[in-house]
Design a protein around this ligand. Sequence first.
Ligand SMILES: Nc1nc2c(c(=O)[nH]1)N[C@H]1C(S)=C(S)[C@@H](COP(=O)(O)OP(=O)(O)OC[C@H]3O[C@@H](n4cnc5c(N)ncnc54)[C@H](O)[C@@H]3O)O[C@H]1N2
Ligand code: MOO
Length: 224
Amino acid sequence: MLILGDELLADGLPHDGLIRDALGPLLPPWLRALGAEVTAVRRVGDTEQALYEAITTSDAHVVVTTGGTAAGPVDHVHPALRRMGAELLVDGVKVRPGHPMLLARTKEDQHLVGLPGNPLAAVSGLLTLAEPLLRTLAARPAPEPYTLPLRDAVQGHPYDTRLIPVALRGDRALPLLYNGPAMLRGIAAADALAVVPPGGTRPGQEAVLLDLPWASGGIGVCFT
Ligand SMILES: Nc1nc2c(c(=O)[nH]1)N[C@H]1C(S)=C(S)[C@@H](COP(=O)(O)OP(=O)(O)OC[C@H]3O[C@@H](n4cnc5c(N)ncnc54)[C@H](O)[C@@H]3O)O[C@H]1N2
Ligand code: MOO
């Protein structure tokens, strides 16, 4: 795992535009629950050269980066991938949060999952790009898709799919608040992400659910 962002602190309180790294601590147990062996979690400085070297010297089967997927002046994932001649397999997805997520083949036997830096956007990419990649590399079958009715209406995005943290309550799923791209409070209490199509859902409408790694038995703890 390569954690990008010079604004990130490893400990202490946020100050002067610096914020705590949420993804370095959060993602490794989730990746393990998805079947990966996490061999290293490294912070990488915000230069294209540092990122290029970190990727090209890695012999991991899968490199997961966080942050830097967009097109700002310190977003170096696309330029670094271009420079190494990587093949972009998925370059952005019509989903919120997480729309700049990407998947690339960096060399024979190595893929890179670029997760957006906003924490819930990274979770979105973890479940929809990293999970299928890790499952496919391990030749594990895809889980049977399932749906449940959503208890409450969910406002849709006009043209993108939304992924909304939900808690399972009997035979219904309860959409949780605090579901903005930067927010982890909803996902901390969630069992799954609900797939909300463009335009939204009515109360009682069925939605496809994506189980979170601990809900599918990998971690063995429950945050609700
Ligand atoms: N000016 C705006 N900037 C961004 C907007 C926006 O509307 N206006 N939307 C955001 C959304 S939504 C997405 S998705 C992103 C994704 O772009 P990147 O992948 O390039 O993400 P970064 O710019 O690197 O980071 C975005 C945001 O998340 C914070 N961050 C990054 N890494 C971590 C981490 N490990 N732990 C906690 N927080 C992290 C970072 O400081 C930024 O605030 O574009 C957004 N930007
Ligand atoms: O995809 Mo962001 O663009 O997390 O909402």
